[in-house]
Design a protein around this ligand. Structure first.
Ligand SMILES: O=C1O[C@H](COP(=O)(O)O)[C@@H](O)[C@H](O)[C@H]1O
Length: 288
């Protein structure tokens, strides 16, 4: 296992052991689970899902506002750059945001923008002015404020819709990865930003996973989206997925992935067999 993944896993286990975690239980209603036999099958299903949401959103609102994450997600949405999607998706109507970003230069290898640009955005005809990346020349705090300001402007002009029950932006789709410690976006286990309910975008300077300075959507923004997809693959994610999805009782309630609970939106989990292997009942299904 990769050293960073090992570190993330052990901090997850420590968090759970400290809280007397129960490691088994029944499945609870945690959205739609899509577990795939192979990564290729997952990539196709994910591309179909995103293309369908794009079509629906363009039909209903004239635009598609989608927030990306970094990490393995970008490789897993790669089929969108291929036929038929590269020709059939209405790319001119897409607006791109980031659910989280590392506060580094746009050309830095740690930049989620660079990852998405190299692996996705440069391969499809998205309008450059529709790509909303962070200001990389200011502090993390300022970058978060600036990013929230940009989002506010686009909510005002209805490029981004607005939640009916809060004043939060309502993205058409928020695409999340999940770390082996159960973090989503840059919301890490036991971090105080999990309780941030006032800001739409906030910052951290002490990320347990490098680099330390990051900006992130807050939970109210993620949970106001019309659609949220969590994409997680590999055995290193299996324990965190069990804790995020299964009915583990009142223990470890502050696992970030478990706190992804869209209020009116739809939650879908895209998993491979390895990631799903510790879900309750996995050993009895043909996934086991
Ligand atoms: O640091 C981050 O990690 C998560 C998970 O990444 P993965 O490579 O394990 O999929 C990612 O979703 C997030 O955007 C990123 O900043």
């Amino acid at each position: 296992m990769h050293v960073a993944a090992q570190k993330e896993n052990s901090s997850l286990l420590l968090c759970c052991l400290a809280r007397g975690m129960a490691l088994s239980g029944d499945h609870s209603d945690r959205g739609e689970l899509r577990t795939h036999e192979s990564l290729d099958e997952l990539r196709t299903d994910l591309a179909d899902y995103i293309a369908d949401l794009s079509e629906m959103s363009v039909k209903e609102r004239g635009v598609f506002a989608v927030a990306l994450s970094g990490g393995s997600l970008i490789g897993l949405i790669g089929k969108l750059c291929e036929a038929p999607y590269n020709k059939t998706v209405d790319w001119a109507k897409w607006y791109i945001f980031w659910a989280d970003e590392r506060v580094v230069g746009k050309n830095h290898d740690d930049s989620n923008y660079k990852l998405a640009k190299d692996g996705f955005l440069s391969k499809v005809p998205i309008v450059p002015s529709h790509v909303h990346s962070i200001n990389d020349s200011v502090s993390a705090e300022q970058a978060a404020d600036d990013y929230e300001f940009v989002i506010r402007q686009l909510v005002r002009t209805r490029v981004i819709s607005v939640s009916e029950i809060s004043d939060c932006p309502k993205f058409d789709l928020v695409l999340l990865g999940m770390g082996p410690d159960g973090h989503v976006a840059s919301l890490f286990p036991n971090h105080s930003v999990l309780g941030e309910n006032d800001e739409w975008v906030t910052f951290i300077t002490d990320s347990p996973k490098p680099p330390p300075e990051r900006i992130t959507f807050t939970l109210p923004v993620i949970n106001s989206a019309s659609n949220v997809a969590v994409v997680a693959t590999g055995i290193s994610k299996a324990e965190a997925l069990h804790l995020a999805i299964d009915d583990v009782g009142p223990d470890c309630p502050s696992l970030p992935a478990r706190m992804v609970q869209p209020t009116n939106g739809k939650l879908v989990w895209f998993l491979d067999k390895a990631a799903a292997s510790k879900l309750d009942g996995a050993q009895f299904s043909d996934l086991g």
